[in-house]
Design a protein around this ligand. Structure first.
Ligand code: HSE
Length: 421
């Protein structure tokens, strides 16, 4: 039986979940996978967290040297979150020949190249299944199950907090701020929710997943990002009237040999597979040129779901005789599109008098923005006008909107939401 020494860096929610799975499944893992995984050291300030899990406090410390200098530890699983000290501790571990398992998407997305270099130097492995969409096994699907395809697109709901907020706004008819408060009370949203609601978390995951999908580096600064904090319940309701559901989508696509990567609120038709993904659930759709559509669905956060992805990486890593680190070998930076095409939902408040619509549609025409449908909703002496456009260049739509905002008859352009097929 292969014995494998493991260190856990941090015993927060996911670290504790991982430990619980390893203890509960130890015999099963020995029997079916032929490895005996033993937690040999834990880095954690709060010893009571270790004691609550039945971990002997003799193996708990705050000194990374207790991990790096222990020759019996071959795998380091990191649960700190944030950039430092996670980054430095993992680089030191890799250089010392210890393989790394991490769920830390921000640190990973920002330092992937440096981590790979350190792993090569130490002849160690680098595993990150839990970094994207928690318990949903998307990383190894892309790395190992899609070789018979060119991936044409990867798109999904990569963030549970925002999906919980948008689902509740839609189902209960509540405003964003009220649902956010409730989500914070229930522990679905952080006290500072920016990483989730402003789309950063989805962007980190999209960078990692589209790099794997397209075999090209997709850096964060090439991803368009827009969050959900300006979403008004009115738009969710109007969307419903037209048969649309609102989701925060992360989208990576190959378009004429270039890569397009974006995160933004999106209307999708109610019969779109992603429209059925509700609450804090996540889902990823991949389109391969040979297999066609694939969809993976599951929990993107939580102690046991994310722990399950971490344990899968630990076992996978423990069974390798040689680690493969191929992502950046020969992978040049991608060419990126500098514009993209989308359909749009545009709501504006306008003076309700003759000639206003002609002026607005004149501006759309000037920028070659083609309108599919329009509806007016009355409120007092102003009117809300909703336009649905055909597929148009984003740049042209934004130019048109900027000019429309300057028209005296237009009080404001209240919402611009992309409509995704
Ligand atoms: N905060 C994330 C979410 C989970 O809400 O989906 C971890 O990435």
């Amino acid at each position: 039986m292969k014995k494998v020494g493991l260190a856990l860096l941090g015993l927060g929610v996911v670290g504790s979940g991982t430990y619980k799975i390893l203890v509960k499944n130890r015999e099963y893992i020995k029997n079916y996978y032929g490895v005996d995984i033993e937690v040999m050291h834990v880095l954690e300030k709060d010893v009571s967290k270790a004691e609550a899990l039945g971990i002997d406090k003799k193996i708990v410390s705050t000194d990374i040297n207790n991990v790096i200098k222990n020759p019996d530890i071959s795998i380091v699983a990191e649960f700190f979150g944030g950039i430092e000290p996670a980054r430095s501790f993992l680089i030191a571990s890799l250089k010392a020949g210890k393989s790394v398992v991490t769920s830390n998407k921000e640190m990973f997305a920002k330092n992937w190249g440096e981590l790979e270099t350190a792993a090569k130097e130490g002849n160690a492995g680098l595993y990150f299944e839990a970094s994207c969409v928690g318990g949903v096994p998307i990383i190894r699907t892309l790395q190992e199950s899609m070789q018979g395809n060119n991936v044409l697109s990867i798109m999904g709901i990569f963030n549970g907090t925002t999906n919980y907020i948008l689902s509740n706004m839609a189902d209960k008819g509540l405003e964003y701020a009220d649902v956010l408060k409730e989500a914070q009370r229930l522990g679905y949203a952080e006290a500072n929710p920016s990483a989730d609601v402003d789309g950063f978390d989805s962007m980190y995951k999209l960078s990692i997943l589209s790099t794997l999908a397209f075999h090209k580096k997709v850096p964060l600064d090439k991803i368009y990002r827009e969050g959900i904090s300006k979403i008004n319940k009115k738009d969710i309701e109007f969307g419903k009237e037209f048969g649309f559901t609102l989701k925060l989508l992360a989208i990576g696509k190959r378009v004429n040999g270039k890569i397009e990567a974006r995160v933004h609120p999106s209307f999708i038709e109610n019969n779109h597979p992603l429209a059925t993904v509700k609450g804090s659930f996540n889902a990823v759709m991949i389109v391969g040129d040979n297999v066609g559509d694939i969809m993976l669905y599951g929990r993107g956060a939580g102690d046991l779901p994310t722990g399950s992805a971490i344990v899968s990486d630990i076992i996978y890593c423990a069974k390798q005789t040689e680690h493969s680190l191929t992502v950046f070998d020969g992978a040049k930076d991608a060419d990126f599109t500098d514009d993209f095409e989308s359909k749009y939902y545009i709501r504006m408040s306008v003076a309700d008098k003759s000639g206003v619509l002609a002026k607005i549609t004149g501006v759309f025409g000037k920028y070659d923005v083609s309108i599919d449908a329009m509806q007016q909703k009355q409120s007092g002496d102003a009117a809300s006008v909703i336009f649905f456009s055909h597929k148009n260049s984003e740049k042209n739509v934004m130019r048109a909107i900027s000019e429309i905002k300057s028209l005296a008859e237009v009080k404001d352009v209240d919402a611009v939401i992309r409509v995704v097929d």
